[in-house]
Design a binder for this molecule. Sequence first.
Ligand SMILES: *[C@@H]1O[C@H](CO)[C@@H](O)[C@H](O)[C@H]1NC(C)=O
Ligand SMILES: *[C@@H]1O[C@H](CO)[C@@H](O)[C@H](O)[C@H]1NC(C)=O
Ligand SMILES: *[C@@H]1O[C@H](CO)[C@@H](O)[C@H](O)[C@H]1NC(C)=O
Length: 381
Amino acid sequence: MGACGPTAALLLSLLAASLATSSSSDSRPGTAAQPELRDEDFVVAISSASSRLVLAQSTRAYRAGMRTLIMTSNASEVPSLNKVYGKYNEVYEHHPDETDPDPKNWHAKFPGDFRAAVAPFAAHRQYGDGYKWLLYGDDDTIFFLPGLRRLLSGFDPELPLALTDNLWYGSGHPRLEAYRCLPCGFNDSALPAAQTNLSYTPRAACPYCTRAAACPPAEPECTITGAHGGAGMVFSVGLMRRMPYDAALSCMNGIFHCSGGDCLVSQCIWKAGLGFTDPGHSLLHDNPLAHVLFDNMEARFFLKNPIDQLVLGNCDADCRSAIRHAVSFHLRGKSFSSFGKAAAAMFGLAESHAAAIEFLALLADKASRAYRVAAVRKKEL
Ligand SMILES: *[C@@H]1O[C@H](CO)[C@@H](O)[C@H](O)[C@H]1NC(C)=O
Ligand SMILES: *[C@@H]1O[C@H](CO)[C@@H](O)[C@H](O)[C@H]1NC(C)=O
Ligand SMILES: *[C@@H]1O[C@H](CO)[C@@H](O)[C@H](O)[C@H]1NC(C)=O
């Protein structure tokens, strides 16, 4: 994929020096501003398999400097992986595929799903609680740090929080019908018709989301739905402390036929009495699904290569807003002709998105832009 074309690269290198960084952030009443997050404040948990490790490793495109636990399927390769890749702050662990010959006895749909569900709890066990936020996604999920930092600036990691706005309902995601909470302090009296026209309307929960706060008032033990694993989830250290490894595994071992690893993790969050918090950003708009932060399906067309659309002038206000706020993107490794190509696309997307953020700042900085264009022309003469 031609992530950052020569024109864009040239333009950006000529103009990079004058870029102003965007300082706007979402402020909500009731949320104290959090100190700026450092790389050490993040831990990443990824589940993969021997055949897909190149993908898991390509997520280095966004997580340089962060501690990462990668869960793989082959025990005998783990020692050498740890030796070779420790320098990237990676720790490898092994969890086997489910081996029972009868799929009826499996905890989830595919034999590798249980491994995916173990990853976040193994990461917390590995790293202890000296971090603030745990990023949990598939091996083909990319997190965009500018949007992620903007999102997390309003949340206290000491509270037990599970964040995403890409939740399953029935067989679809993201769905506005999914049971969830809005952040403490969110003004839920001004939700768009697209949300309030449904039989379920989420409520702001203080200080954090419990199962009862997410369920409809008339149905406090409501049937649960969960987050989409490919879109990724963000867990606070406060949440992970409440779900130690052994307790989480015994919870998941008691569940059968879940739809995936994301289902097992979500179910156990609910069983711990907690619920998912939707940051609510999409609900500030009349067309919420166009403003989802975690793997925005309606924005895939430009989020898969944002700098290209920006340079071509194909990016309207919604598109620019989606690029600025995007928190994650599910690359879908299987849709490429090889995992190697998908891994290359991961690096390309990280570069393309970073360039797009810089380009947006450049476009906003009209005074400097006029100066730069003049300077460039003069040089050419
Ligand atoms: C597991 O890894 C070892 C060491 O790299 C390798 O020799 C073996 O073939 C692998 N097994 C499978 C099933 O991939
Ligand atoms: C919340 O939204 C409602 C409806 O738009 C508005 O009337 C009210 O003033 C808002 N409350 C706050 C605290 O902003
Ligand atoms: C609300 O839902 C009804 C029934 O599904 C539909 O006919 C109507 O157009 C919806 N209104 C809005 C504002 O979305």
